[in-house]
Design a protein around this ligand. Structure first.
Ligand code: GUN
Length: 281
């Protein structure tokens, strides 16, 4: 089998277009959705992500304000800013770009974000609601994975889904979302025995481990849907996923490329969550 490409760039553009229409409707009601992005320090990768988020907001008509704070900012100063943003009626979504400098306790900072404005979906309260199945914000990268599956017309009911990776940002939430769509879910991680055998059971395989090309074609069931969340830079101009694309594409029915798969979906879903937060007002 030779896989069809699950084109994240194209689907993300569709989502951004939908968001643009929703923004217009909100503006007719006198609401301009607003996103505050907080960046502490000068990590070059974070700077690139933040610029991308800001530009994407502008394109769809979301008001976006980037707060760039110096690396020596204290935790108290950061918490004060979050408190201000929590109480700012022009701001509907707050995103604190991670990682934060070591001196700052990430958990305390994330927990300070108001649940109504947690468009990243990282606060403990939001994660709790996700597990219970209550109203919540889906974290953006797992949300992007789910929209890719939906747009490809893949019915998850009764399917065996295997998630490789147990991070709080991707592995755990995507497993919960697959479960809520009636898949039978296995989460694999660095201590899993016989990973290849587990992966070969998967109708849907989500790779989110951060290890370049670790999942190879021999670990994939014929006809499986493969979603590769990994973005690994292996040379100055060469990005690869967690999946070895060429060998996996021989077995899969659908596969996401890297770049151009899950990556573009993450920002699109952030925009969607911000509009959702504004429309709940
Ligand atoms: N750093 C890397 N990815 C993310 C993300 O999705 N959200 C935030 N806040 N920080 C990140």
């Amino acid at each position: 089998m030779s896989a069809q490409i699950l084109d994240g760039k194209k689907i993300a553009a569709e989502v951004r277009n939908e968001v643009k229409q929703e923004v217009l409707k909100l503006k007719e009601r006198g609401i301009t959705p607003g996103l505050a992005v907080v960046l502490v320090g000068d990590d070059p990768a974070s700077e690139v992500y933040v610029r991308g988020k800001h530009r994407a907001c502008e394109e769809v008509g979301i008001y976006s304000l980037v707060h760039r704070l110096p690396a020596e900012t204290s935790q108290e100063e950061l918490l004060n800013l979050i408190d201000k943003l929590n109480n700012d009626p022009k701001i509907h979504g707050i995103l604190v770009q991670l990682p934060l400098p070591d001196r700052i306790d990430e958990k305390t900072v994330i927990d300070a974000i108001s649940i109504e404005k947690d468009v990243d979906g990282f606060t403990p309260a939001n994660v709790g609601n996700l597990i219970i199945g209550d109203k919540c914000f889906y974290p953006c990268t797992p949300y992007g994975c789910m929209v890719l599956l939906e747009k490809a017309g893949i019915d998850l009911t009764g399917k065996k889904a295997v998630v490789v990776g147990r991070s709080n940002i991707v592995g755990k939430p995507v497993a919960m979302m697959l479960l809520s769509h009636n898949a039978t879910v296995t989460i694999c991680h660095s201590r899993t025995k016989n990973l290849a055998e587990e992966c070969r059971q998967a109708d849907i395989l989500i790779a989110a481990v951060g290890k370049p090309e670790m999942i190879t074609g021999d670990m994939i069931k014929e006809g499986a849907v493969v979603i590769d969340v990994g973005i690994n830079r292996i040379a100055p101009k060469k990005l690869v996923g967690d999946v070895h694309f060429e060998s996996a594409a021989q077995k899969a029915s659908w596969i996401t490329p890297v770049p151009g798969g899950v990556g573009p979906m993450t920002i699109a879903m952030l925009l969607k969550n911000t509009v959702e937060a504004a429309s709940r007002k």
